[in-house]
Structures are given as C-alpha cells and as structure tokens.
Design a protein around this ligand. Structure first.
Ligand SMILES: [Zn+2]
Length: 172
C-alpha cells in the first residue's frame, strides 16, 4: 500500500504574499500535485497532508521569521489543494513530519509501505521527512516535478542526496 504525502503546501510558503514564500518554482508544482492527488484518490490510496503549525513563540523562529502560526491564513493549505473527505492532516512543528506527530502510527494503521513525497522544500522538510521514513523502513518515491525549493542549488543537491543516501526513487 502506498500513500501520497503533501508537505507544507501552505499559504505562507506557496503564495507570493506569504511570510516564507518559496518562489515561482513552488507555485509551479501545484498542478503536478493535483494530478497525483487525483490518481491516488481514484485508486483509493490515502492522501496525507503534513502541515507546519506553530505557536506564537517557537524555537524555529530563531532561524526563520515567524510563519504558519496556528489559526492564521498563512498556516492554511492553499485553496487549489484543499483537503477532501477522507484525507488526513498531520500538524507538525519541525521539519520532519515524524517528529512528535502521529504520522508513524497512522501509516502503520493504514498498512503503508511506500511514501510518495511532494511539496516544499526539497532540502528541508522533504529531506528530513524522507530521512525519518528511511530509518523506519519505508520505501521513498519522489515525483521530481512535485517538489520544489527556494534555492535551486539546494534543490538539486537534495535530490541527489535523497537518491544516494535514502534510496529514494526519483520519478521524472
Ligand atoms: Zn516551520
């Protein structure tokens, strides 16, 4: 069984007026994720959103400006990818979707072995979520047109590292 992870496709990261806007590249992956979402839904494979959700004060704000504050517009999933009935939403406070969340429990319950990682940023939340997935024995797939980074060099390096170190299969 496989699952589609949609990571941090939130207003603060994806929309030009967002606090941590990741750039045009991040907007360009939206249609690709919609396509994947439809394919997964058709076959009844689960869709899991991983969403940054911070308190007003958060340690992470020592390295990044305050973003995705719980209850604000910036923390909401972009309209184009609004969750539908049956989709799962996991809120996180760190880069990895596994850190202090119920993601692992959910994946076990759903008998998921294979994770398709999509969203932003390739070198941060995709990378760290992939690492934690790898340690837990999940197979990782990265649809390359469905991930983006604010830094193109980081993006390229991250894809290489994901493939070499975490045995991710890059799908072009
Ligand atoms: Zn954050």
């Amino acid at each position: 069984m496989k699952a589609l992870l949609i990571i941090d496709m939130l207003n603060d990261f994806i929309k030009p007026d967002g606090v941590l806007y990741c750039g045009k590249k991040a907007e360009e992956i939206i249609p690709e994720i919609i396509k994947l979402k439809n394919e997964f839904k058709e076959k009844n494979f689960p869709i899991i959103y991983l969403c940054d959700a911070h308190e007003l004060q958060d340690e992470e704000f020592s390295s990044f400006p305050p973003h995705c504050i719980k209850g604000t517009k910036g923390a909401e999933i972009i309209n184009e990818l609004s969750p539908e009935e049956g989709d799962f939403i996991i809120y996180k406070t760190r880069f990895s979707g596994f850190y202090k969340t119920d993601l692992e429990t959910l994946l076990k319950k759903l008998n998921i072995k294979e994770l398709y990682l999509t969203g932003v940023c390739t070198s941060i939340c995709i990378m760290d979520t992939a690492a934690d997935a790898f340690y837990r024995g999940f197979k990782i797939k990265i649809p390359v047109k469905a991930v983006a980074d604010f830094d193109e060099e980081f993006h390229k390096f991250a894809l290489k590292r994901l493939e070499k170190i975490y045995k991710a299969e890059l799908i072009y």
